[in-house]
Design a protein around this ligand. Sequence first.
Ligand code: NI
Length: 171
Amino acid sequence: MATLEILKYPDPRLKQESVEVEHFDDDLQRFLDDLEETMGDGPGAVGIAAPQVGRFQRIAIVDISSKPKLVNHGRMFLINPEIVEWDGLAVGREGCLSVPDYTGNVVRAERIKLRYLDRDGNEIEIDTEGYEARAVQHEMDHLDGMLFVDRVVSRRHDLFRRKHYKQRGER
Ligand code: NI
């Protein structure tokens, strides 16, 4: 396993759209292990997407189980994920390994029905909500070349410098 280098905003490669995975081979399994290790390296990261390490395929990992009180499905390897239904809107704070200096307030669907392939290529469908649904939507944005900073309504009012944010003890 290896830790991969994370592309940081404003690297233009973060705007690239990713393509679907077609082969569930050894190369994919090795990559998933490396991506998992890279996520584990990030402080408190709840997700990571393949394009953040320069691999432009529709792959992400989401795991919010470090916050056990919230609805969660454990560690999910999301391959070719699709949101097939959504409902409700909510504002919440997000951070990103590719945008280490900022957090931001972003509007997301509150509840989603998610369809994806797991790391063995099995089709899975789940319903999720709240923070896990938010993390999934954040990671799926990466697959379309979008960052949370592209989604904030006002960069002046909805983006927060991390240092400032931590000093105020809001975290
Ligand atoms: Ni991110």
